[in-house]
Design a protein around this ligand. Structure first.
Ligand code: GLA
Length: 735
């Protein structure tokens, strides 16, 4: 039993394998947070809350004038509310018909259910395991109920939180801010760790001390964004990969979000996470309900590696669905960086033929195959194959690829529309724009209003028709701009604040229908590379193109940051040409492949123009990846160094600890190079292992036998690089 409840004292404890989360409905009726951290007993930690004079902070009226020790402004709370005496950042702000923004939530009752909750229209952890605690709170004055959900995956140390609001009154209320969770930590010196970036350089790690004041990351771009990822951590100051207390929070949502942290006047820390309150107001009519997105929350007392493992396991087993959940994606070739828009059938076949010889098994036709689309200024929305450019029908091209023994994949950007398109000419009102204003263009395009049912239905139908041909095995679902001018022509004035969230619900609706109808198709998410890399998208697309930046050296940093929450198998990663198109950097074919192997692995260059030597090496790479498929797909992933170091190293270790593969890429070489070592993880201390450097064909240089204990504690000496960016693979095999 993960959830234990002491009925008398109304103490709720959620125990997972190694963590405990605890709160209490106290005598005053408030839901008070008491603990989250390493697993403890059911001791009532409410006793440890100091009730001292808080007369200069508001005290609830019902406690009278005598008791000034109780204040919402200093209390640790499960779900804080605005306007009634808590002046910190708060989880809930509502507006009622009088214009007041205040709320007070008090405990009503609870329910424990076996299994995991379904959140209508939104991604959520699923599976045949788990237990859910639902606590009902009520604002009596508003008649507004809040059901706080805690869905627990005991073995994975994961708690998924969400809130359902139900309007039980006779009047409308407007939700202006409703976070998916609130977490109060009573004390501690913590850092706030977030992942910032930009197009072509996503998910750089930022770590800064939580000082008095408020810090926030988030997005109001309509997508989760390149700029900030909806994953954040709070970690004790000295936390490293292997030690220290740390908390992780991943919002399963692909739109506007906010993650806020505040250190209060009493040095406690509050973390909030949910839909961004800007451009959000939800009209909740009598009898209606509203569900927040779910946030996945975990804790580790043993550093970042273990925390990442909790998220990787949960994403692989309780987020990714369908046929591709346990199936390794095929090694693919994508024509984008090879041709951009400039291709014809002959060119495509040339690339496919060459790729086939290299062992590649999926050919992906990227942008430019539909409507009139010879540049990124036109054609989006016209999802009809351009038979002239394709030299025939899409089916015949698909057939031609299949006849070569390869699968065929296709690029789409369904959410976008070019002004220069048939779709725009017939439905200009389907694109977001504000009456009386010209909408801003992004990559010369506009965005379709997916808050509208007719638009959602049209797109679903259009894609359904193309995918029904049976020739398409893979879809790259792209989305190439931030959304502004969010205004829907079909919603009344007082519901315009719902557009951004309704857009995400519309997107999820299309994806749900298509992935259900075409379970055999592998969907890869994309948004100008990694602009929508989140748990929400992974519920529909088991992998996401990690970045438009394919430079192996930049990718080290991008994939490193991404790996804190997301498993390598979800990261779209390809070998592209050298010099790299985004950075101009030259890197060896080996380095490019070693880096792409920490992701889905594929190629994105004109393979028909490679030298015989390069072709031979690629053949060996593809063979190597196929041989290591199991380890790369199912193995436990460890970061062994960080981009701050001279080299970046990572490791895949098998669950039974019988084998591992360590990858090393040197950022830098220096004269009189100092030696580099790394400790190895995921091995069994009592077994002995053979360690050797491997090339694509097998053993390359040095080989020795060491015990697991030695590997873990003394580590191994790494090969010395002879040029900048040199990569090595080190194989570890149990005897
Ligand atoms: C985006 C994607 C690229 C490519 C282009 C096509 O930038 O991230 O991989 O598909 O669009 O226009």
């Amino acid at each position: 039993m993960a959830i234990t409840i002491q009925e008398e004292s109304k103490l709720f404890s959620i125990h997972t394998r190694t963590t405990t989360y605890q709160f209490k409905a106290d005598e005053n009726g408030y839901l008070v947070h008491t603990y989250y951290g390493s697993r403890i007993e059911d001791d009532d930690l409410y006793q440890q809350i100091p009730f001292v004079d808080r007369g200069f902070s508001p005290n609830p009226y019902e406690l009278g004038m005598e008791d000034r020790t109780y204040s919402m402004d200093t209390l640790m709370q499960e779900y804080s509310t605005y306007g009634t005496g808590d002046f910190r950042i708060t989880a809930l702000r509502v507006r009622n018909v009088c214009g007041s923004q205040a709320a007070t939530l008090k405990y009503v009752d609870y329910e424990v259910k076996p299994g995991l909750p379904v959140i209508p229209g939104l991604p959520a952890i699923y599976g045949n395991e788990g237990e859910t605690l639902i606590v009902r709170l009520l604002d009596e004055c508003l008649g507004l109920e809040a059901y706080i959900y805690y869905a627990v995956l005991e073995d994975k140390d994961m708690i998924a939180r969400s809130v359902r609001f139900v309007n039980q009154s006779n009047e409308t209320v407007w939700l202006e801010k409703c976070a998916s969770m609130c977490l109060d930590l009573p004390y501690g010196a913590y850092d706030f760790i977030t992942f910032y970036g930009r197009h072509n350089m996503e998910r750089n790690l930022s770590r800064s001390p939580i000082e008095h004041g408020i810090s926030e990351v988030g997005s109001v771009r309509g997508t989760s964004s390149h700029q900030y990822n909806p994953y954040a951590m709070i970690a004790e100051k000295y936390t490293t990969e292997e030690m220290g207390r740390c908390y992780g929070f991943a919002l399963a949502y692909s739109g506007d979000f906010a993650m806020e942290v505040e250190k209060s006047q009493t040095d406690s820390i509050r973390f909030l996470c949910g839909i961004h309150p800007d451009e959000f107001t939800w009209r909740l009519d009598p009898g209606k309900n509203f569900d927040t997105p779910q946030v996945l929350m975990s804790f580790s007392g043993n550093g970042f590696a273990e925390l990442s493992y909790h998220f990787h396991q949960t994403i692989c087993e309780n987020i990714i669905r369908g046929e591709w959940k346990n199936k390794k994606s095929p090694v693919l070739i994508n024509n984008w960086e090879a041709t951009f828009f400039d291709f014809d059938k002959e060119k495509l076949i040339q690339i496919a033929d060459a790729a086939k010889k290299l062992g590649v098994s999926l050919f992906v036709l990227d942008d430019g195959w539909f409507g009139k689309r010879d540049s990124d200024r036109e054609g989006l929305g016209d999802w009809f194959p351009n038979v002239n450019k394709l030299g025939g029908t899409l089916d015949s091209l698909g057939q031609c690829i299949e006849d070569k023994g390869m699968k065929f994949g296709l690029w789409f950007e369904p959410e976008a529309i070019s002004e220069e398109s048939e779709l725009f000419r017939s439905h200009p009102d389907w694109a977001f724009s504000i009456p009386g204003r010209n909408p801003a263009l992004g990559r010369s395009q506009l965005i379709l209003d997916l808050s509208r049912d007719d638009v959602v239905d049209y797109l679903t139908e259009r894609l359904r028709e193309i995918l029904s041909s049976g020739k398409i095995s893979y879809v790259k679902w792209d989305m190439n701009r931030s959304i502004c001018d969010k205004y829907s022509r079909v919603l009344p004035v007082e519901q315009q604040g719902e557009v951004a969230h309704r857009y995400v619900l519309g997107l999820y609706r299309i994806l749900e229908r298509l992935t259900e109808e075409f379970p055999e198709i592998l969907f890869e998410g994309c948004s100008g590379g990694g602009g929508r890399f989140d748990v929400g998208m992974l519920y529909y697309c088991p992998q996401i193109w990690c970045s438009d930046n394919t430079d192996a050296i930049n990718r080290l940093k991008i994939q490193y940051g991404t790996s804190f929450c997301y498993p390598p198998r979800t990261m779209g990663a390809h070998v592209s040409e050298s010099p790299n198109q985004q950075t101009g950097r030259r890197s060896s074919l080996k380095t490019r492949a070693v880096v792409a192997m920490a992701g889905t692995f594929g190629y994105e260059l004109d393979v028909s123009r490679l030298s015989n030597e390069e072709c031979a090496e690629i053949q060996r790479q593809v063979e190597f990846v196929k041989n290591y498929e199991n380890l790369l797909f199912h193995g436990r992933y460890y970061r062994l160094s960080s981009p701050e170091d001279r080299f970046v190293a990572w490791e895949f270790a098998s669950a039974d600890k019988s084998e591992a593969l360590v990858s090393v890429v040197y950022y830098d070489v220096e004269g009189n190079q100092p030696p580099s070592y790394t400790r190895v993880r995921g091995v069994s201390p009592d077994r002995r292992y053979r360690v050797y450097e491997t090339g694509w064909n097998g053993e390359n240089s040095f080989s020795y036998v060491l015990s697991g204990k030695t590997l873990e504690h003394a580590g191994i000496l790494l090969p010395t690089p002879t040029y900048e960016g040199e990569a090595f693979l080190i194989r570890i095999e149990a005897l």
